[in-house]
Write a protein that binds this ligand. Structure first.
Ligand code: UDP
Length: 406
C-alpha cells in the first residue's frame, strides 16, 4: 500500500527549533512518507545547518533555494519553486509553520488543491503594519487544519470567522523543546557555561545582558535603532548582542555610534544561545520566540516592541515593555528599573504543558490515516452555505452541526 505523504515546509532558524520534535516524531513513523522542504529564506550554516546538527533533525529532503531582493520577490520565489515540487509530490497535506515569506508558499498548495495545515495559527498582534500579521491571516484563512497554541488564540481565529472545528489547541512546542533540549540536560549546560566560555566572548558569567534585535519596525529606522542603543548604553552591565546580518548592515549604514558596553557578534547556534540566555541578568529582545523562551526559562526580559502576539508574558509578570518609537511613554531609566525589579522573581509558564509536539504529530498522523485533512468542503463549513449549491429549488448540501468532530 502506498504510504501517505506529508510535505513539511520551513524556512528560517526558529522554525527548525520549534518544529524539531514534531519532525522527529513524523520521521520515525513508518506509515508517513515525510518530505521536509526548506524554502531557503535562511541559508548560512549559523542560521540553518547548525540547528539541524544540534537538534538532531534530519536535513531537508528538498531545498527550494528561494531568493529575492524584497518580500514580494522572496514570497513569489517560494510560491513559484514550491508549486512544481508539490505538483510532483502530490502530498496528502502541506504543513507550514509561523508567519514568514515561507508560509506565503501556501498559495502554491492552494492552487493545487492540496490541503494546508498551519502550525502557530490564529496568533495575532492586531498590528497591521507587520508583514507577519498579513501572512498569518492569509494562511489561516486558506488552511484546512490549524494548530494553535492557546485557547485565547483559537478565540481570535473564531472571531475572524475561521471554522472552530478546524482549529486544534495544542500548547506551544517551544516548551517541549526547552524541556527536552535544556531542562533535561542541565548538567551538560552547566559544563558549557565555564568562565572561559564567557571570557572568550568578552563578558563575565551572570553579569551581562543578552540582546537580539531584528524586527523591521526597530531596525529599519535610524531613530528606533538609535533609541535601542540608548537603552543599551544606560544598562549597568555589558550587553552581548548576536546580531542578525541585516541589523549589522543597518547599524553601519546609519552610522550610529555604538555604546562602549555593547559587544556585537554574528548569530550563534542554539546551544550557545541557551548558555548565553540562561546565564544572563536579563534579555532585551524583539523576537517572538526569544520572549517565550525567556519566560519559560525564568529570565527577566524587555520586549522591545509596540505590539505583541504574546501578551501572556506581561500577564504573568515575566517581561517589561519598551517601545523604541515612543520615547515619552517608555523612559529608558524606568524600563531598566522594572527589568531589575524582575530579577529573582518567579512566574508561571503560560505557554503549555510540554506535550504540544506530541499532540501535533499524533493528530497529523491520525489525519493521514483517516484522510481527514481536506476541510474546505461543503460538508465541513460551519456557515449556512446551502444557497451556493441550490439548483432548481433543490438543496444539495446538508450541513453538519458546527461542533461535529473533524
Ligand atoms: N537564537 C539562536 N541564536 C541566536 C539568536 C537566536 O539560536 O544568535 C534562537 C532563539 O533562542 C530562538 C530563535 O533563535 O529560539 C529566535 O529566532 P528569531 O529571533 O530570528 O525569530 P523570531 O522568533 O523573531 O521569529
Amino acid at each position: 500500500m502506498k504510504r501517505k505523504r506529508l510535505a513539511f515546509i520551513l524556512g528560517i532558524r526558529p522554525d527548525v527549533i520549534r518544529a524539531s520534535l514534531i519532525l522527529k516524531k513524523l520521521r520515525a513513523d513508518t506509515e508517513c512518507d515525510l518530505r521536509f522542504i526548506w524554502s531557503g529564506q535562511h541559508y548560512s550554516d549559523n542560521l540553518k545547518d547548525i540547528f539541524f546538527r544540534e537538534l538532531q533533525v534530519a536535513a531537508p529532503d528538498i531545498e527550494l533555494g528561494a531568493a529575492g531582493a524584497n518580500d514580494a520577490e522572496i514570497s513569489a520565489s517560494v510560491i513559484a519553486r514550491l508549486y512544481p515540487v508539490l505538483e510532483s509530490l502530490q502530498p496528502d497535506a502541506a504543513v507550514f509553520l509561523g508567519d514568514t515569506n515561507t508560509v506565503v508558499g501556501c498559495l502554491a498548495a492552494a492552487q493545487l488543491n492540496i490541503p494546508i495545515v498551519h502550525i502557530e495559527g490564529c496568533m495575532r498582534s492586531y498590528d497591521w503594519r507587520m508583514p507577519e500579521e498579513k501572512y498569518r491571516s492569509t494562511i489561516d484563512h486558506l488552511s484546512d487544519v490549524i494548530y494553535t497554541y492557546l485557547p485565547e488564540y483559537k478565540q481570535q481565529g473564531v472571531a475572524e470567522g475561521l471554522n472552530p472545528d478546524s482549529i486544534v489547541v495544542v500548547g506551544n512546542p517551544i516548551v517541549d523543546v526547552l524541556n527536552e533540549y535544556y531542562f533535561a540536560r542541565q548538567d551538560h549546560f552547566a559544563c558549557l557555561a565555564s568562565e572561559q566560555f564567557f571570557a572568550a566572548r568578552g563578558i563575565a558569567r551572570d553579569s551581562y545582558y543578552l540582546m537580539t534585535c531584528h524586527r523591521r519596525e526597530n531596525v529599519h529606522q535610524r531613530e528606533s535603532l538609535g533609541r535601542i542603543l540608548q537603552l543599551v548604553s544606560a544598562a549597568d552591565s555589558t550587553v552581548y548582542f548576536p546580531a542578525s546580518y541585516r541589523t549589522q548592515k543597518l547599524l553601519r549604514e546609519f552610522g550610529l555610534s555604538l555604546p562602549s558596553n555593547l559587544v556585537i557578534t554574528d548569530p550563534v547556534g542554539y546551544e550557545e544561545f541557551l548558555v548565553l540566555m540562561t546565564r544572563s541578568r536579563g534579555i532585551l529582545t524583539d523576537s517572538g520566540t526569544v520572549v517565550e523562551e525567556a519566560c519559560v526559562l525564568q529570565i527577566p526580559c524587555v520586549q522591545m516592541r509596540k505590539s505583541t502576539e504574546r501578551p501572556q508574558v506581561y500577564a504573568v509578570g515575566a517581561a517589561v515593555k519598551f517601545d523604541p518609537n515612543l520615547p515619552e511613554a517608555y523612559p529608558i531609566k524606568a524600563v531598566l528599573r522594572k527589568l531589575t525589579a524582575l530579577q529573582g522573581k518567579q512566574w508561571p509558564n503560560p505557554f503549555g504543558d510540554g506535550r504540544s509536539s506530541e499532540r501535533i504529530a499524533e493528530d497529523l498522523l491520525r489525519r493521514l490515516r483517516e484522510d481527514a485533512f481536506a476541510r474546505h468542503r461543503p460538508d465541513c463549513y460551519h456557515l449556512d452555505i446551502a444557497g451556493s449549491y441550490r439548483e432548481d429549488g433543490l438543496i444539495v448540501v446538508s450541513r453538519k452541526p458546527s461542533n461535529s468532530p473533524a
